[in-house]
Design a protein around this ligand. Structure first.
Ligand SMILES: Nc1ncnc2c1ncn2[C@@H]1O[C@H](COP(=O)(O)OP(=O)(O)OP(=O)(O)O)[C@@H](O)[C@H]1O
Ligand SMILES: [Mg+2]
Length: 396
């Protein structure tokens, strides 16, 4: 069983690459399902057929399935009781009904519900590989971690409350908020149990991989470095970076010269930023990528004769360790052009990141290192280079 998540900023190519990966996998004999919750229904566009909210077989393909998750329907059907309860809580606080429903639709609900669907399909045992075109940002990854934050303690607490539900009804007029019914409590327990199972699936490095998709432009890469860091913190294995929409070498038109020069710079930056992950490049096609023929071409160019289900990399790029004194962050550094690092010239904060300048025998190299949130409230103590790794120390 394999689960592959693609993440990257809007328009970077998540949907197209998810569909192309799934198509290639199905051709290799894997029973494959693509899950999308993109409200724009891009996978229906990509496959050029109507993909439904239940697994839909892609025409003329043996082992390829796709599903367009409808988050509102899912919430209504599966978690409606909880939603009603949250709405009743808000209403009891004087919120009008329309607004109460708006607020009860939690942020990231779409991605969250798609993640819950993963558990359903993993446990159905119907598929060898599940490809997710859903995670738009590092923020949504937090959802994956929710179960361990709530953990078994919350489940136990809710279970303990269950027999008290009827008694609680009596105090409702006194405390002024509705108390959850037995039904809500049992749904809550179910949800927490599903979340617990989801976490076990997702932190299993042999099963789940997160892949980063960026375009060679100014905005894509830094955002993904943060996602990469968060994934490391959340214990999710990131196995591959993909730079999509690279203008091919053979395009010599002077009109594109500025674009090509900029792309070269961003490609080098991405390879350094994602080190030690393998980074693949994918060319900008001559048109939008729609239909099985173009998807198949794109999948072949991206993976050639490789199996897209393989785990490309196992490990944590950025390691964060807590001690009594504070925090140690260890970042592996790529060696540009086989040069040697000499010394650290500058280490300073730059917004949410750390800006690090290192001298090498071919000049100075600047790196931006994303930092975990906790580091922002700590003091930067010192940093050192050790075996091509940068060790940064923060103290309370
Ligand atoms: N390598 C490529 N060559 C040409 N066009 C591409 C390539 N990759 C993606 N596209 C096109 O770019 C557009 C955006 O791609 P896609 O919908 O896959 O991005 P996305 O990351 O899923 O976006 P969103 O965040 O909006 O869901 C689409 O029109 C797609 O056909
Ligand atoms: Mg998309």
């Amino acid at each position: 069983m394999r689960i592959i998540f693609y993440t990257g900023k809007g328009g970077s190519g998540k949907s197209v690459i998810s569909c192309a990966t799934a198509l290639k996998l199905s051709e290799l004999g894997y029973e494959t399902l693509v899950i999308s919750s993109d409200p724009a229904h891009t996978i229906s566009d990509a496959f050029e057929m109507q993909v439904q909210y239940i697994p839909t077989k892609i025409e003329d393909r043996d082992k390829l399935w796709a599903i367009q998750v409808d988050p509102l329907r899912e919430v209504r059907e599966k978690y409606g009781v909880i939603q009603e309860y949250i709405v009743s809580l808000f209403k009891s606080k004087g919120l009008d009904e329309v607004l109460a429903y708006e607020i009860a639709a939690l942020p990231n609900m779409t991605e969250f519900v798609s993640l819950l669907k993963v558990v359903e399909f993993v446990e159905s045992n119907n598929y060898d590989v599940i490809v997710l075109d859903t995670v738009p940002s590092g923020e949504a990854l937090k959802n994956i971690y929710l179960p361990s934050l709530l953990g078994s303690t919350a489940a136990k607490l809710i279970k303990m409350m269950a027999p008290l539900a009827n008694i609680a009804k009596v105090v409702e007029p006194i405390v002024g908020v509705p108390t959850p019914s037995k039904e809500v409590i049992s749904e809550d327990i179910k949800l927490l149990e599903i979340l617990g199972r989801l976490k076990n699936i997702i932190v299993n490095r042999e099963v789940t991989s997160l892949r980063l998709i960026a375009n060679p432009d100014a905005f894509s890469i830094q955002n993904l470095r943060r996602t990469h860091l968060l994934a490391n913190l959340y214990d999710i294995n990131v196995d591959l970076g993909i730079m999509n929409k690279v203008i091919p070498e053979k395009v010599r038109d002077s009109y594109f010269k500025g674009w090509k020069d900029a792309q070269e710079k961003y490609l080098a930056e991405a390879e350094a930023a994602f080190h030690p992950l393998p980074v693949k490049r994918l060319r900008l096609f001559q048109s939008e990528v729609k239909g099985l023929k173009l998807l198949s071409e794109l999948g072949d160019e991206l993976f050639r004769d490789e199996d897209p289900a393989r785990v490309y990399f196992v490990g944590k790029a950025i390691k964060v360790t807590e001690s009594d004194l504070g925090l140690e962050v260890v970042v592996p550094l790529p060696l540009p052009f086989a040069s040697k690092y000499k010394e650290l010239c500058e280490v300073e904060r730059a917004g949410e990141d750390l800006s690090v300048v290192i001298s090498t025998d071919i000049g100075e190299v600047r790196n931006f290192i994303p930092l975990p949130t906790i580091a922002h409230i700590m003091k930067l103590d010192h940093a050192k280079l050790l075996n091509d790794e940068l060790h940064i120390y923060f103290i309370h």
